[in-house]
Write a protein of this length. Structure first.
Length: 279
């Protein structure tokens, strides 16, 4: 098992990024999501759209082979090749607004390791505070998992099928253009989203739809069906989605909570989420 004790020195490390919430990225994401109501200057940024601002900006020469920034700076140098965004939790205190300045403060909150059925695993939790002129607007905890390369002949886990009946439902087509646009908006050069031969070397059958994009589509389903403001949102990745399978986003409102999930064309659950709306 990997000795993670040296990596624990990264716990508590911080980085910050500042940005102005300019209209263009929001207009571009609106088009990417097939919406025609991008927020104008002074209007609130929809939930999870903060991911298109306040980026880390490594130089191209500073990228690792997989397209991510090389580890060892803010991010601990976990010696495992595959990285997955496994889930996240959000608390929304106040809206971020187009035209305002914003500041993201990120902290390495925790790091643990274990030996699983597929080999060594390292779990990393990042805490992000995104603040506008009036103070903290979004508090986010982000869960990352690092894994070994797949072993020869290793079978992928059997996907679980949804047992719920959707009240809200929307089918979203996936293709290379969708992934390209979203990668550009979040300034993400991870090769699993655009380099098919590289995906095969990591044990995947095709290009992978971003976990954050799936979460954004779930939050977008909520926004398409209610005007209520979000108080909290959490999601957990269950199974990857590969292009060109469509993504079906589903929701069931239950009072001030909404149960959400995404599934593929075969009904396999990709992501589960829960939203709490303000009463």
């Amino acid at each position: 098992m990997i000795d993670i004790e040296p990596l624990k020195a990264w716990i508590g490390r911080q980085e910050t990024a500042e940005d102005v919430l300019a209209p263009f990225p929001a207009k571009a994401l609106s088009a990417t999501l097939d919406r025609d109501d991008a927020p104008a200057s002074g209007e609130a940024l929809p939930p999870l759209w903060h991911w298109i601002y306040c980026h880390e900006l490594p130089k191209t020469s500073e990228l690792a082979e997989n397209g991510h920034a090389r580890l060892g700076g803010f991010m601990p140098p976990v010696p495992l090749p595959r990285r997955m965004w496994a889930g996240g939790r959000f608390t929304f205190h106040r809206p971020l607004r187009i035209g305002e300045a914003a500041r993201r403060t990120s902290t390495v909150a925790n790091l643990t390791g274990k030996r699983g059925a597929s080999g060594d695993l390292v779990f990393l939790t990042l805490r992000h505070e995104i603040a506008g002129p009036a103070g903290a607007a979004v508090i986010e905890e982000q869960d990352l998992v690092y894994r070994e390369q797949p072993r020869p002949g290793e079978a992928a886990p059997e996907p679980r099928r949804s047992s719920g009946t959707a009240v809200w439902r929307r089918e979203v087509a996936t293709n290379e253009a969708l992934l390209f646009r979203y990668s550009a908006l979040i300034f993400n050069a991870h090769r699993i989203h655009y380099d098919h031969p590289y995906c095969v070397t990591e044990g995947y059958p095709g290009l992978i739809v971003h976990g954050p994009l799936l979460a954004t589509l779930l939050a977008d389903l909520l926004c398409r069906n209610t005007d209520a403001a979000l108080a909290a949102f959490r999601f957990r990745a269950v199974h990857p989605l590969f292009v060109p399978s469509p993504c079906i986003v589903c929701g069931v409102p239950k009072g001030n909570t909404v149960e959400l999930w995404a599934e593929n064309a075969n009904g396999a659950v990709l992501m589960e989420a829960q939203a709490t709306i303000q009463s």
